[in-house]
Design a protein around this ligand. Structure first.
Ligand code: ADP
Length: 257
Protein backbone atom coordinates (compact mmCIF):
# COMPACT_ATOMS: atom_id res chain seq x y z
CA UNK A 1 0.00 0.00 0.00
CA UNK A 2 1.22 3.54 -0.75
CA UNK A 3 2.61 5.56 2.17
CA UNK A 4 0.94 8.72 0.79
CA UNK A 5 -2.15 9.71 2.80
CA UNK A 6 -2.75 13.11 1.23
CA UNK A 7 -1.32 15.58 -1.31
CA UNK A 8 -1.38 19.39 -1.02
CA UNK A 9 -1.04 21.68 -4.04
CA UNK A 10 -0.15 25.37 -3.74
CA UNK A 11 -0.71 26.97 -7.15
CA UNK A 12 1.00 30.29 -6.36
CA UNK A 13 1.34 33.29 -8.64
CA UNK A 14 5.12 32.85 -8.78
CA UNK A 15 5.78 29.19 -7.93
CA UNK A 16 3.82 25.93 -7.88
CA UNK A 17 4.38 23.62 -4.95
CA UNK A 18 3.28 20.06 -4.20
CA UNK A 19 3.68 18.21 -0.89
CA UNK A 20 2.77 14.59 -0.13
CA UNK A 21 2.43 13.45 3.48
CA UNK A 22 2.11 10.10 5.22
CA UNK A 23 -0.51 9.22 7.82
CA UNK A 24 1.62 10.80 10.59
CA UNK A 25 1.75 14.14 8.75
CA UNK A 26 5.42 13.79 7.77
CA UNK A 27 6.47 15.09 4.34
CA UNK A 28 7.35 12.11 2.09
CA UNK A 29 7.76 13.98 -1.21
CA UNK A 30 7.58 17.46 -2.72
CA UNK A 31 7.94 19.45 -5.94
CA UNK A 32 8.54 23.16 -6.62
CA UNK A 33 8.63 24.90 -10.02
CA UNK A 34 8.15 28.44 -11.33
CA UNK A 35 4.49 28.91 -12.31
CA UNK A 36 3.79 28.48 -16.03
CA UNK A 37 0.99 30.28 -17.90
CA UNK A 38 -1.22 27.12 -18.03
CA UNK A 39 -1.08 26.21 -14.36
CA UNK A 40 -3.75 23.47 -14.66
CA UNK A 41 -1.65 21.58 -17.23
CA UNK A 42 1.52 22.16 -15.24
CA UNK A 43 -0.10 20.82 -12.07
CA UNK A 44 -1.41 17.72 -13.86
CA UNK A 45 2.16 16.99 -14.99
CA UNK A 46 3.72 17.71 -11.57
CA UNK A 47 1.12 15.61 -9.77
CA UNK A 48 1.65 12.64 -12.10
CA UNK A 49 5.45 12.88 -11.59
CA UNK A 50 5.10 13.00 -7.79
CA UNK A 51 2.69 10.05 -7.75
CA UNK A 52 5.08 8.07 -9.99
CA UNK A 53 8.04 8.82 -7.74
CA UNK A 54 6.14 7.77 -4.62
CA UNK A 55 4.31 4.88 -6.33
CA UNK A 56 1.02 6.43 -5.21
CA UNK A 57 -2.32 5.86 -6.91
CA UNK A 58 -5.14 8.40 -7.28
CA UNK A 59 -6.84 7.38 -3.99
CA UNK A 60 -5.09 9.92 -1.71
CA UNK A 61 -7.10 13.17 -1.47
CA UNK A 62 -5.68 16.24 -3.25
CA UNK A 63 -6.28 19.63 -1.59
CA UNK A 64 -5.49 22.80 -3.56
CA UNK A 65 -4.62 26.27 -2.34
CA UNK A 66 -2.99 29.36 -3.84
CA UNK A 67 -4.30 31.86 -6.33
CA UNK A 68 -4.79 29.17 -9.02
CA UNK A 69 -6.47 26.69 -6.65
CA UNK A 70 -9.83 26.72 -8.44
CA UNK A 71 -8.19 25.66 -11.72
CA UNK A 72 -6.88 22.36 -10.38
CA UNK A 73 -9.14 19.63 -11.80
CA UNK A 74 -7.65 16.83 -9.68
CA UNK A 75 -8.38 18.66 -6.41
CA UNK A 76 -10.97 17.09 -4.14
CA UNK A 77 -11.23 20.40 -2.22
CA UNK A 78 -9.76 23.88 -2.30
CA UNK A 79 -8.88 25.96 0.74
CA UNK A 80 -7.56 29.53 1.17
CA UNK A 81 -3.84 30.16 1.59
CA UNK A 82 -4.50 31.84 4.96
CA UNK A 83 -5.90 28.62 6.42
CA UNK A 84 -3.24 26.44 4.77
CA UNK A 85 -0.20 28.52 5.80
CA UNK A 86 -1.53 28.77 9.36
CA UNK A 87 -2.06 25.02 9.55
CA UNK A 88 1.27 24.11 7.92
CA UNK A 89 3.39 26.38 10.11
CA UNK A 90 1.47 25.46 13.27
CA UNK A 91 2.20 21.80 12.61
CA UNK A 92 5.84 22.35 11.56
CA UNK A 93 6.75 24.58 14.52
CA UNK A 94 4.22 23.31 17.04
CA UNK A 95 3.36 26.85 18.14
CA UNK A 96 0.70 29.52 17.78
CA UNK A 97 1.82 33.12 17.14
CA UNK A 98 1.95 35.80 14.46
CA UNK A 99 2.80 34.41 11.04
CA UNK A 100 4.20 36.56 8.24
CA UNK A 101 3.86 34.92 4.82
CA UNK A 102 5.73 36.73 2.05
CA UNK A 103 5.20 35.30 -1.41
CA UNK A 104 6.01 36.43 -4.92
CA UNK A 105 3.08 38.79 -5.37
CA UNK A 106 1.43 39.20 -2.00
CA UNK A 107 2.16 39.30 1.70
CA UNK A 108 -0.01 38.36 4.65
CA UNK A 109 0.10 38.64 8.40
CA UNK A 110 -1.90 35.88 10.11
CA UNK A 111 -2.65 35.41 13.82
CA UNK A 112 -2.46 31.67 14.30
CA UNK A 113 -4.57 30.42 17.22
CA UNK A 114 -3.85 27.59 19.65
CA UNK A 115 -5.63 25.08 17.40
CA UNK A 116 -3.64 26.09 14.28
CA UNK A 117 -6.57 28.01 12.80
CA UNK A 118 -6.29 31.64 11.68
CA UNK A 119 -7.83 34.02 14.22
CA UNK A 120 -7.21 37.27 12.31
CA UNK A 121 -5.26 38.31 9.22
CA UNK A 122 -4.29 41.17 6.95
CA UNK A 123 -3.31 40.81 3.31
CA UNK A 124 -1.55 43.01 0.79
CA UNK A 125 -2.16 41.84 -2.76
CA UNK A 126 -2.73 45.20 -4.41
CA UNK A 127 0.81 46.46 -4.57
CA UNK A 128 4.21 44.85 -5.14
CA UNK A 129 5.79 46.67 -2.18
CA UNK A 130 6.29 44.17 0.64
CA UNK A 131 6.42 41.18 -1.73
CA UNK A 132 9.10 39.07 -3.41
CA UNK A 133 8.44 40.88 -6.66
CA UNK A 134 9.58 44.18 -5.14
CA UNK A 135 13.01 42.71 -4.37
CA UNK A 136 13.31 40.73 -7.59
CA UNK A 137 12.23 43.52 -9.88
CA UNK A 138 14.48 46.15 -8.42
CA UNK A 139 17.43 43.79 -7.82
CA UNK A 140 17.28 42.68 -11.45
CA UNK A 141 18.59 46.17 -12.18
CA UNK A 142 21.70 45.23 -10.22
CA UNK A 143 22.02 41.82 -11.92
CA UNK A 144 21.91 39.88 -8.63
CA UNK A 145 20.26 36.39 -8.55
CA UNK A 146 17.40 36.05 -6.08
CA UNK A 147 19.14 33.51 -3.82
CA UNK A 148 22.08 35.89 -3.30
CA UNK A 149 20.04 38.97 -2.43
CA UNK A 150 19.89 38.45 1.33
CA UNK A 151 23.55 37.52 1.79
CA UNK A 152 24.70 40.52 -0.24
CA UNK A 153 22.43 42.88 1.71
CA UNK A 154 23.65 41.55 5.07
CA UNK A 155 27.34 41.86 4.17
CA UNK A 156 27.00 45.41 2.79
CA UNK A 157 29.38 48.03 4.21
CA UNK A 158 26.65 50.66 4.33
CA UNK A 159 23.00 51.24 3.53
CA UNK A 160 21.45 53.48 0.89
CA UNK A 161 18.03 54.80 1.89
CA UNK A 162 15.33 53.86 -0.60
CA UNK A 163 12.49 56.23 0.16
CA UNK A 164 9.90 54.95 -2.37
CA UNK A 165 7.88 51.91 -1.40
CA UNK A 166 6.42 51.76 -4.92
CA UNK A 167 8.36 49.35 -7.17
CA UNK A 168 8.34 51.71 -10.13
CA UNK A 169 9.67 54.69 -8.15
CA UNK A 170 12.12 52.53 -6.21
CA UNK A 171 13.56 51.38 -9.54
CA UNK A 172 14.09 55.02 -10.60
CA UNK A 173 15.85 55.69 -7.29
CA UNK A 174 18.12 52.70 -7.90
CA UNK A 175 18.98 53.90 -11.37
CA UNK A 176 20.00 57.29 -9.89
CA UNK A 177 22.02 55.63 -7.13
CA UNK A 178 23.85 53.42 -9.65
CA UNK A 179 24.58 56.49 -11.79
CA UNK A 180 26.07 58.20 -8.72
CA UNK A 181 28.38 55.20 -8.15
CA UNK A 182 26.66 53.89 -4.98
CA UNK A 183 27.75 50.46 -3.71
CA UNK A 184 25.28 47.84 -5.11
CA UNK A 185 25.21 45.84 -1.85
CA UNK A 186 24.36 48.98 0.14
CA UNK A 187 21.51 49.62 -2.32
CA UNK A 188 20.30 46.05 -1.73
CA UNK A 189 20.41 46.58 2.01
CA UNK A 190 18.26 49.68 1.64
CA UNK A 191 15.81 47.75 -0.56
CA UNK A 192 15.41 45.05 2.07
CA UNK A 193 14.89 47.72 4.75
CA UNK A 194 12.11 49.24 2.63
CA UNK A 195 10.36 45.88 2.15
CA UNK A 196 10.63 45.07 5.85
CA UNK A 197 9.22 48.50 6.80
CA UNK A 198 6.17 47.76 4.73
CA UNK A 199 5.69 44.31 6.25
CA UNK A 200 6.22 45.56 9.81
CA UNK A 201 3.49 48.17 9.44
CA UNK A 202 1.08 45.33 8.58
CA UNK A 203 2.34 43.34 11.58
CA UNK A 204 1.70 46.29 13.89
CA UNK A 205 -1.82 46.65 12.50
CA UNK A 206 -2.66 43.03 13.25
CA UNK A 207 -0.68 43.00 16.53
CA UNK A 208 2.15 40.75 17.65
CA UNK A 209 1.57 37.52 19.53
CA UNK A 210 5.02 36.01 20.00
CA UNK A 211 6.77 34.27 18.45
CA UNK A 212 6.91 35.91 15.05
CA UNK A 213 6.95 33.16 12.43
CA UNK A 214 7.86 33.41 8.76
CA UNK A 215 6.73 31.45 5.69
CA UNK A 216 6.66 31.85 1.90
CA UNK A 217 9.53 32.00 -0.59
CA UNK A 218 10.89 35.29 0.75
CA UNK A 219 11.42 33.64 4.16
CA UNK A 220 14.42 31.95 2.48
CA UNK A 221 16.06 35.37 2.37
CA UNK A 222 18.19 35.76 5.52
CA UNK A 223 18.25 39.56 5.37
CA UNK A 224 14.45 39.71 5.49
CA UNK A 225 14.36 37.50 8.57
CA UNK A 226 17.17 39.40 10.32
CA UNK A 227 15.69 42.82 9.59
CA UNK A 228 12.16 41.79 10.68
CA UNK A 229 13.63 40.57 14.00
CA UNK A 230 15.51 43.88 14.41
CA UNK A 231 12.51 46.05 13.51
CA UNK A 232 10.11 44.20 15.80
CA UNK A 233 12.68 43.52 18.57
CA UNK A 234 11.31 39.99 18.63
CA UNK A 235 12.64 36.54 17.85
CA UNK A 236 11.65 35.27 14.38
CA UNK A 237 11.27 31.52 13.91
CA UNK A 238 10.76 29.66 10.66
CA UNK A 239 10.07 26.11 9.54
CA UNK A 240 12.67 24.08 7.65
CA UNK A 241 10.82 24.46 4.32
CA UNK A 242 9.09 27.86 4.55
CA UNK A 243 8.14 27.99 0.85
CA UNK A 244 6.25 24.65 1.11
CA UNK A 245 4.06 25.60 4.09
CA UNK A 246 0.93 26.41 2.03
CA UNK A 247 1.07 23.05 0.23
CA UNK A 248 1.96 21.29 3.50
CA UNK A 249 -1.02 22.84 5.28
CA UNK A 250 -3.27 21.83 2.36
CA UNK A 251 -2.00 18.24 2.60
CA UNK A 252 -2.62 18.20 6.37
CA UNK A 253 -6.19 19.38 5.83
CA UNK A 254 -6.79 16.44 3.51
CA UNK A 255 -5.09 13.80 5.63
CA UNK A 256 -5.78 12.11 8.91
CA UNK A 257 -2.81 13.66 10.74
P1 ADP B 1 3.83 32.40 -4.37
O1 ADP B 1 3.32 31.32 -3.42
O2 ADP B 1 3.15 33.71 -4.19
O3 ADP B 1 3.89 31.94 -5.78
P2 ADP B 1 6.40 31.92 -3.06
O4 ADP B 1 5.94 31.82 -1.64
O5 ADP B 1 6.81 30.67 -3.74
O6 ADP B 1 5.32 32.71 -3.94
O7 ADP B 1 7.59 32.97 -3.11
C1 ADP B 1 8.20 33.35 -4.31
C2 ADP B 1 9.24 34.40 -3.98
O8 ADP B 1 10.24 33.85 -3.11
C3 ADP B 1 9.99 34.89 -5.19
O9 ADP B 1 9.38 36.08 -5.64
C4 ADP B 1 11.40 35.15 -4.67
O10 ADP B 1 11.54 36.54 -4.43
C5 ADP B 1 11.47 34.48 -3.32
N1 ADP B 1 12.50 33.43 -3.25
C6 ADP B 1 12.45 32.20 -3.79
N2 ADP B 1 13.58 31.51 -3.53
C7 ADP B 1 14.37 32.33 -2.80
C8 ADP B 1 15.68 32.20 -2.23
N3 ADP B 1 16.42 31.09 -2.35
N4 ADP B 1 16.18 33.26 -1.57
C9 ADP B 1 15.45 34.38 -1.44
N5 ADP B 1 14.22 34.56 -1.95
C10 ADP B 1 13.68 33.56 -2.62
Amino acid sequence: MSKVSSIGIDAGSTTCKLVAIDCDGAIVGSRLEPTEPRVEIQMERMLAALRDELEAGPEAPVIATGYGRKLIKEATRNVTEITCHARGVFRALGRAGTLIDIGGQDSKVIQVGDNGRPVDFMMNDKCAAGTGRFLEHTAARLGVPVDQLGGRALSARGEEAITSTCTVFAESEIISLIARGADPDSILRGLHRSLVGRVISMVRNVGIVTPLMLSGGVARNDAVRTMIAEAASEEVVLPGEPQLMGAYGAALLGGTA
